[in-house]
Design a protein around this ligand. Structure first.
Ligand code: 13P
Length: 248
């Protein structure tokens, strides 16, 4: 399994931000990384990014419609993402769940839409702070996996991102022991549900990953990559995270 370090730019980035992708491309060409690299810019930059990056690393969308096309004003289909140069799409991010009321069934439908277009879906799960404080983190994540990961998910068409809601953009992270325990739990849920093939499905950690903590987090057992928000916006920071992989 090749690990995946993914950047989620969220609603950040104008055309000037493409220079960061050019810097990243140059740095990765000079020193090819151990991990696969993915950047998910806003929809508006995707086609230009594909041109700038020219397959030096992968690109993805941050969301897609569950529908393949039609009268859905403002929505973007998975096929449109693919057409613009994406090979991945993030689905079920906690910000989509929170601000857009997305439910597990929506996430499952978006995942299937991603697959129909030939994209790999990165399905996000994670507990809130009150759920963790109540001791419910593992059961909440198990329930999210059950309801949002379709039965036909494979290591090729799906990755899971564990993003504790309270760690996103806050500078707070779970302890290494808590991350390792959650990732082991996610792996066992996936294998029980999907079979031994799920041993190869990548489980990413996301939530306040920075150059300073990347080596410790990314080298924990069952952590097969990262989904990075704020620290992916600057090529230098993101590069320091990419190169932190498997070097402890
Ligand atoms: P931060 O890295 O900014 O905490 O964001 C994490 C995230 O939500 C990535 O999808």
């Amino acid at each position: 399994m090749r690990s995946l370090v993914a950047g989620n730019w969220k609603m950040n980035g104008l055309a000037a931000g493409l220079a960061e992708l050019a810097s990243l491309k140059a740095a990765l060409a000079a020193k090819p990384p151990a991990a696969e690299v993915l950047v998910c810019p806003p929809f508006t930059l995707l086609a230009q990014a594909a041109w700038a990056v020219k397959d030096a690393f992968a690109l993805g969308g941050q969301d897609c419609s569950p529908h393949d096309g039609g009268a859905y004003t403002g929505d973007i289909s998975a096929a449109m993402l693919k057409d613009a140069g994406a090979s991945y799409v993030i689905v079920g991010h906690s910000e989509r769940r929170h601000y857009h009321g997305e439910r597990e069934s929506d996430v499952a439908a978006k995942t299937q839409a991603a697959w129909r277009a030939g994209l790999c879906a990165i399905i996000c799960i994670g507990e809130t702070e009150s759920q963790r404080d109540a001791g419910d983190a593992h059961s909440i994540c198990a329930g999210q996996l059950d309801a949002s990961v379709p039965d036909t998910a494979t290591a090729q068409n799906t990755a899971i991102a564990y993003e504790p809601v309270w760690a996103i953009g806050t500078g707070k992270t779970p302890t290494s022991a808590d991350i390792a325990a959650m990732h082991a739990h996610i792996r066992s849920c996936l294998v029980r549900r999907l079979g031994e093939g799920a041993q190869g499905m990548r489980i990413l950690y996301g939530g306040s990953v920075k150059p300073e903590n990347a080596a410790e987090i990314l080298n924990l057992p069952e952590v097969n990559g990262a989904l990075v928000g704020g620290a992916s916006l600057k090529a230098a920071d993101f590069l320091n995270i990419i190169t932190a992989f498997k070097v402890v």
